[in-house]
Design a protein around this ligand. Structure first.
Ligand code: SF4
Length: 216
């Protein structure tokens, strides 16, 4: 009853909540009600939805024109969802002359619509900014997506560069170790060769003499 009184109050005085308060209250759940792509479609024209209509769910013939709720990205058919929910709630779905219907009827229809908008979620949600059109939200989302891709790409490049530098340093360290190892073997071989030459120089004359060969 309190809600209904508030709603009737709205018809008399204007918006119940400011845009900020509305988004704080409803924007947490990422639903159509607070999405920047929530629109009305009438005579081939797509319009953004005003705060008052979001507050009340009065998206049929919003602003007096012949229109119905619409997702700018066509992610979901909001009118179809509305008819299903209205049928289940036993609400009259004949929406002709909606704007001139009695406030109580508009409240009932609006309540069903708000329920539909409150539960329908999708990956394309963007928070609604008041006074900005669905087209603006689309351009903004695309810019944000491009910026995110650019930032991911830069991050990946930087990671690849770091990995490559690390691998190069590891390989360099491995090469240094192998070179050191090889140098030790060369030194060892040189020592053996030296010892062998030394031994030959001293032992050969002695051996020859012992075998009866004279040095002359
Ligand atoms: S939440 Fe998804 S389905 Fe709903 S209006 Fe936004 S983009 Fe469309």
């Amino acid at each position: 009853m309190a809600d209904e009184m508030e709603t009737v109050e709205f018809f008399l005085t204007g918006s119940l909540l400011s845009h900020k308060a509305f988004m704080e209250e409803h924007g947490k759940d990422r639903c159509c009600l607070t999405c920047g792509f929530l629109s009305t479609l009438g005579a081939g024209k797509v319009d953004g939805v005003l705060l008052g209509d979001r507050n009340l769910g009065t998206l049929f013939n919003a602003g007096g024109s012949d229109s119905h709720p619409h997702c700018y990205l066509s992610e979901v058919s909001l009118i179809f969802e509305f008819y299903k929910a209205a049928k289940a709630a036993n609400v009259d779905t004949d929406l002709r002359g909606f704007a001139s219907r009695a406030p109580q009827e508009r409240i009932e229809i609006g309540a069903v619509m708000r329920d539909v908008l409150a539960v329908t979620t999708c990956d394309q949600y963007v928070p609604w900014r008041e006074h900005l059109s669905p087209e603006w939200h689309w351009e903004h989302k695309r810019m944000m997506d491009i910026e995110r891709m650019r930032s991911d790409f830069t991050e990946q490049l930087e990671k690849d560069r770091r990995d490559w530098t690390e691998r190069l340093a590891e390989r360099q360290a491995g090469d240094d170790k192998r070179e050191k190892h090889f140098a030790h073997w060369i030194a060892f071989a040189a020592i053996i060769l030296g010892l062998f030459q030394l031994a030959s120089a001293f032992l050969a004359p002695v051996a020859l003499k012992a075998l009866g060969f004279s040095g002359n």
